[in-house]
Design a protein around this ligand. Structure first.
Ligand code: ADP
Ligand code: ZN
Ligand code: ZN
Length: 732
C-alpha cells in the first residue's frame, strides 16, 4: 500500500477537499502547503490527509505541483481546532485555513524568518595577495573586510560596495554568497521580573492560587469591576508560566490594545513581546506569527485574529474584556474568539482566564453551571470609591440637543469644581435624519432602508450603512421647501451645543469620525489626561479600557433606544456600558457620579441594574432568557440572504425553510422563524431577509446544519442570491 493521494484543502468556497497524485520523491506533509493545478490556474492549498484511496480513477487525478512546506504549519492541537472551527461555523475548510495564515504564507512565502544574505572568502580568495588588485580598490576593500569574517550583504552595501563589484569577485571565484538563518534567541536565559510588584489583596491571592493549583486545562471567569486589579492577576499568573519557559497569549478587544496595556506587560517581565492587530503590514504579521511558532516571543498580545497564532509551547491564555463584541468575527469564518480560546486551552491542556467587569450572560451561565470556575474581585484596588448613580426622568422635559436642564445643572457643578465630565451618545454625526419642516419629508439613502445622517462639519449627508454620501440638498424632495431641519441628536450636534452652553470649557468628541487618523485617539487620550479638555463626548469607543481619574460625572444621554430594541442582547449591552462607564468615574478624593436620562425610570431592568448591581441584573436577565427560550438556554443559527431581487431572496429562504423542515433531524424541539426582513431590510440596493434556527442543544443544531447545508447548496437559487450561515450570531 502506498499513500499516493494527497487530499488538499484549497481556498475556494466549496465544502470539500481535492485529490492529487503524489509524484515519486516528493513528500507532502499533513498541515503543510502545496501548490496544485486547479482549473487553469495554480492554487496554494493545505494537505489535510495522505491516503491510498480516491473515489476517482488514478488517470483522472492531476499530479500535485510543488511541495512548499517540509513541516506542518500547525501543531496537531491547533490544526484540529481549525478543522473543528470550519465544521462548527459552517465555513469551508480551505478558506478557514487560508484565513488563519498570514497573507505572505498564503502567497507561498517560506515559513521561516527571512534568511540573511552574507558574503565570505573562498579558499582561493583567502590566498589572494591584495597587491595584485591595485587597479580595483573596491575589490580590495571587499576582500579586506571579508578577511575579518563573514559579512552581511547589508553591511557591504552600507560601505557603498556595488553589486557589480561583488559579481566580479564571484566570477573570479574569490568570494561566495552565504545564507544564514537568523539565530534563535533563548529568552528564558534572561527571564526576570523587572519591576516591584504590589502586595496582593486577599481576593487576588485567592484567584491566583486557584488557577495555579491546577496546571492543566481549566476555564476561569475572573469577574471584577474596573480597577479591581484583574490585570495585576494576569501578570501574577504569567510569572510562573514564563519562568517555566512557556508562552502566554493575551487577547484584548480591538480598542483595548493601547500602549498602556502593552507597557504594563513590558515593564513587568524581561521577555520578548509581540503584538498582533489589524494595523500590522504583511511582513510584520508573518514575523509575529513566526515569533510565536519559534518561541521568539514569550508574550503575544493581540486582537481576535491572534487566537490562531501557532506557539512552540503555549502555557496560558487570557481573554480580557471577554464580553466584548469585537471577539465575534462578523464575516467569512464567523467565529467567537472567546469561545475558541476556551476550546484551544482545552486541546492544549492549559488554563484559560476570561476577565471582565461585566461578563457575558453566556459566561456567567457557564460559571453558574460549573463549567467555568468563578473568581471574583469585589474591591477596587488602590483607593478609588464606588460611583454614585441616579436616573433622570426626562418625560416632558425640554431637551437642548438631548440634554435636560437637571443634567446641564449637574454638569455645571462638576465642571466648576475643576473636574471632567463624559457624555455618552452612541450616535455619530450631527443628526440621525434631515426632515422637511413643511411636509415632513425625510432624506433617505436611495440604496438602503434608512435615513441619511447629517454631518454638518462636512455639509454632507452620509449613509451609515452603505457608506454612500452626497452634499445636502438645497430643497425638500417632496414639496420643494427650503426649510430642511435636523431631527434627533448625534455627537456632532452635542459638541456644538456644548460650545454654546459652556463656552468657558473645552469639549472634545471621540468617535469613529474624529479618530479616523492613525494615532489621533492616543493624542486625544493624552490631552484628556492633561486636562486640556473638560467635557468628553463619546460613543461606545470611550467606554473601553481607559482610565480617566479626573472624570467625576458620566452621563448616558439616551438609554431608551437600548431598553426597547429588537435585539434581545441590547439590554445586556446597555448594562455592560453602564457598569463600564461607572467604573471610569472618580477616585478616592473625588467620588464619581453616573446619570442616565430615560423616559422609563421604572423599567425593571434599569432598577435592578441601579440598585442591585450587574450580577442581579444578570440573574434577572438570564431568567428572562430562560423563559423566552433564548441563548444560553438554546442555540441559534442565522441564515442571511440578500439580492437585488426581493422575490428571489424570499423564495430562496422559503425553500431553505422547507429543506430544514423535511430534514430527518427536524423535530418539535427545533424552531424556525422567518423568513423575516433583516433589521436593515434594504442595504446598498439589496433586499435582505433572514431565517432564524433555534435548537435546544449544540448537537441538534449542528446535525441539522450538516444535513441541510449540502441540500441548500443544490438549490438553483443558492447560486443567484448571496447567503451565509452565522452560528451563534451576536447580532440579530
Ligand atoms: P483592572 O485590570 O481590573 O482594571 P488593574 O490591575 O489595572 O485593574 O488595577 C488597577 C490599579 O490598581 C492599577 O494601577 C494597579 O497597578 C493597581 N493595583 C492592582 N492590584 C493592586 C494591589 N494589590 N495593591 C495595590 N495596587 C494594586
Ligand atoms: Zn445607504
Ligand atoms: Zn417638504
Amino acid at each position: 500500500m502506498t499513500l499516493d493521494i494527497a487530499k488538499v484543502a484549497l481556498p475556494v468556497p466549496l465544502d470539500k477537499t481535492f485529490d492529487y497524485l503524489i509524484k515519486p520523491n516528493t513528500y507532502p506533509v499533513i498541515g503543510g502547503r502545496v501548490r496544485v493545478p486547479f482549473g487553469r490556474q495554480h492554487l496554494i492549498g493545505i494537505v489535510v490527509a495522505l491516503t491510498d484511496h480516491s473515489d476517482f480513477p488514478r488517470e483522472q487525478i492531476k499530479p500535485l505541483g510543488t511541495v512548499i512546506d517540509r513541516e506542518t504549519l500547525w501543531s496537531p492541537a491547533l490544526f484540529g481546532l481549525l478543522k473543528w472551527a470550519s465544521q462548527y461555523y459552517q465555513y469551508p475548510l480551505g478558506d478557514t485555513l487560508a484565513n488563519a495564515m498570514p497573507a505572505l504564507l498564503r502567497k507561498g512565502r517560506e515559513a521561516s524568518p527571512t534568511a540573511l544574505k552574507s558574503w565570505a572568502l573562498t579558499e582561493a580568495g583567502k590566498n589572494q595577495p591584495l597587491t595584485n588588485l591595485k587597479r580595483a580598490p573596491r575589490q580590495v576593500q571587499v576582500l579586506t573586510v571579508l578577511q575579518q569574517g563573514v559579512t552581511s550583504h547589508e553591511a557591504l552595501l552600507a560601505q557603498e560596495i556595488s553589486s557589480a563589484t561583488l559579481k566580479a569577485l564571484v566570477e573570479k571565484g574569490w568570494i561566495e554568497e552565504k545564507t544564514e538563518q537568523p539565530k534563535l534567541n533563548n529568552w528564558l536565559k534572561h527571564f526576570e521580573v523587572t519591576e516591584e510588584k504590589p502586595r496582593l489583596n486577599e481576593e487576588q491571592a485567592l484567584a491566583i492560587a486557584t488557577v495555579n493549583c491546577n496546571p492543566d486545562y481549566g476555564c476561569y471567569l475572573l469577574e471584577g469591576v474596573t480597577g479591581s486589579g484583574k490585570t495585576e492577576v494576569y501578570l501574577n499568573l504569567l510569572e510562573p508560566v514564563l519562568a517555566a519557559g512557556k508562552q502566554a497569549l493575551i487577547l484584548v478587544p480591538e480598542i483595548g490594545l493601547t500602549p498602556q496595556t502593552i507597557n504594563r506587560f513590558k515593564r513587568r517581565f524581561n521577555v520578548p513581546l509581540e503584538t498582533i492587530h489589524s494595523g500590522l503590514n504583511d511582513t510584520e504579521r508573518l514575523s509575529a506569527w513566526l515569533a510565536g511558532r519559534d518561541n521568539q516571543a514569550g508574550i503575544i498580545i493581540g486582537t481576535r485574529s491572534a487566537l490562531f497564532t501557532p506557539f512552540a509551547n503555549l502555557g496560558i491564555i487570557i481573554v480580557d474584556e471577554e464580553h466584548d463584541l469585537s471577539y465575534k468575527q462578523q464575516d467569512s469564518l464567523r467565529y467567537h474568539a472567546r469561545d475558541i480560546a476556551v476550546l484551544r486551552a482545552n486541546k492544549e491542556n492549559i488554563p484559560v482566564i476570561l476577565g471582565s467587569a461585566t461578563p457575558a450572560l453566556e459566561s456567567l451561565h457557564n460559571a453558574k453551571t460549573g463549567k467555568y470556575h468563578h473568581l471574583t474581585l469585589t474591591q477596587r484596588a488602590g483607593v478609588a470609591q464606588k460611583a454614585r448613580h441616579g436616573v433622570l426622568d426626562i418625560k416632558g422635559l425640554y431637551l437642548e440637543s438631548g440634554l435636560s436642564a437637571p443634567l446641564i445643572a449637574q454638569m455645571r457643578k462638576h465642571l466648576q469644581a475643576g473636574n471632567q465630565v463624559i457624555l455618552f451618545l452612541n450616535r455619530r454625526g450631527f443628526s440621525p435624519a434631515i426632515m422637511c419642516h413643511e411636509c415632513g419629508w425625510l432624506a433617505d439613502c436611495q440604496r438602503c432602508d434608512i435615513h441619511y445622517t447629517f454631518h454638518q462639519q462636512t455639509g454632507e449627508l452620509r449613509c451609515h450603512h452603505c457608506g454612500g454620501q452626497r452634499p445636502i440638498m438645497p430643497q425638500c424632495g417632496g414639496c420643494g421647501s427650503t426649510q430642511l431641519i435636523p431631527v434627533g441628536v448625534g455627537t456632532e450636534q452635542l459638541e456644538q451645543q456644548l460650545a454654546t452652553l459652556f463656552p468657558e470649557y473645552k469639549a472634545v468628541r471621540i468617535d469613529r469620525d474624529s479618530t479616523r487618523r492613525k494615532g489621533s485617539l492616543e493624542n486625544y487620550l493624552e490631552a484628556i489626561k492633561n486636562n486640556e479638555y473638560q467635557i468628553l463626548i463619546g460613543t461606545q469607543m470611550l467606554a473601553k479600557g481607559h482610565h480617566f481619574p479626573n472624570v467625576t460625572l458620566v452621563a448616558l444621554i439616551d438609554v431608551d433606544s437600548a431598553l426597547f430594541s429588537n435585539d434581545f442582547r441590547a439590554s445586556e449591552r446597555l448594562a455592560q456600558l453602564f457598569i463600564q462607564v461607572a467604573g471610569r468615574a472618580g477616585r478616592a478624593s473625588k467620588p464619581g457620579e453616573v446619570m442616565l436620562q430615560t423616559h422609563h425610570p421604572e423599567h425593571a431592568l434599569l432598577q435592578d441594574l441601579l440598585h442591585k448591581g450587574y450580577d442581579s441584573f444578570a440573574s434577572a436577565a438570564l431568567n428572562e432568557r430562560k423563559q423566552a427560550w433564548l441563548p444560553p438556554y438554546t442555540y441559534l443559527a442565522l441564515m442571511r440572504a440578500e439580492s437585488n431581487d426581493n422575490d428571489q431572496v424570499l423564495q430562496f429562504l422559503q425553500q431553505v425553510r422547507n429543506t430544514f423542515e423535511t430534514s430527518p433531524r427536524f423535530n418539535q424541539d427545533v424552531c424556525i422563524m422567518g423568513p423575516n426582513p433583516a433589521p436593515l431590510a434594504r442595504r446598498a440596493g439589496r433586499y435582505r431577509w433572514q431565517l432564524l434556527l433555534q435548537a435546544p442543544d449544540r448537537k441538534t443544531l449542528q446535525q441539522l446544519l450538516n444535513i441541510a447545508k449540502p441540500m441548500v447548496q443544490l438549490l438553483p437559487l443558492a447560486k443567484k442570491v448571496r447567503w451565509s450561515i452565522d452560528v451563534e450570531p451576536q447580532d440579530l
